[in-house]
Design a protein around this ligand. Sequence first.
Ligand code: NAP
Length: 318
Amino acid sequence: MKKIVLFAGYMHVGYLSAGLLLFPAGRMQAIDIEYLILIRKIMMKLDKNSRIAILGAGNIGLSIARGILRSGKFSSGNITLTRRRSHLLSEIKESGVMIHSDNKKAVEASELVIISVEPQQMNGLLREIQPVLDAGRHTVISIVTGVRLSQIAQIIGDKIPVIRAMPNIAISVGESMTCLAGKGLSDETMDMATRLFDMSGSTLVINEEEMIAATAIGACGVAFFLRAIRAASQGGIEIGLQSSHALRIATQAARGAASLLLAAGSHPEQEIDRVTTPKGCTIAGLNLMEYEGFSSAMIKGIALSAEKAASLYKTGND
Ligand SMILES: NC(=O)c1ccc[n+]([C@@H]2O[C@H](COP(=O)([O-])OP(=O)(O)OC[C@H]3O[C@@H](n4cnc5c(N)ncnc54)[C@H](OP(=O)(O)O)[C@@H]3O)[C@@H](O)[C@H]2O)c1
């Protein structure tokens, strides 16, 4: 048996999982735990052969799919997207991904299961796929806001490795900030999830307790910064720029500000100090914005978003 499992280690992960299903449960129990760990390590290899299901391909699910395809690291034929109205996915179908509305089939055809439905749809979906989830094969990544790992385990059991992930829609262009949290997972499992999201931006492993705050800044935050860019471009139009020029200048200025922080690892005030000449135009504008409540509005908005994110999922929802 050990030789068979070791030999299987050189096989494609899909064949390996199919092979494991052939062994009767009694004989499976005889395999040493170290060989099961070996199997999971093989499963967690991320390459062209990795099979990924995205259940609930709406705004963020589709963005994740686009990010995965954009990375060029995966074969589109190994990616399955579901939603109940699967005809609405016809555009991305052209890239070669599998599309349907059968979540169970999608899970059975995959090792990595990404769930991106609305919080109120989570319980029903988990109950639906629970019978086909296999602890030896699957890893679940939940993108769903406010659903705790323990609440997921209550439905699918505590044997399936589950990671909570909070990316943002910039994942479709390889620029997501994705926060990950897990409990009691092997290093390999978290490493695999980190590598997956690193392909489409930046990744940070945090405590689950920080997930709501990370949602407000990292996921909702995209909208806050977009609104700031819109406001800047409206200001530009008011002082004489054509709308397209104003938006282009504001967008690149925002990108430049973010790039400065990322490149230097500096604090915003350090960079602001370099722009604000004494008695100059920048400090005059900045101070008026602060007087009008710029920082305060952003902080209060983030706090309210976090409050709302924490209350989106209620136990017992279908
Ligand atoms: N949007 C973001 O930027 C973002 C970022 C991070 C996290 N999130 C979180 O991600 C989740 C999804 O957000 P979203 O904005 O992408 O919402 P969304 O656009 O409404 O997407 C949810 C998708 O799930 C599908 N769905 C619902 N029930 C299903 C089921 N039983 N089986 C398969 N598919 C099902 C829906 O399509 P059908 O009605 O056709 O089934 C819909 O396309 C939420 O929990 C949200 O908080 C969102």
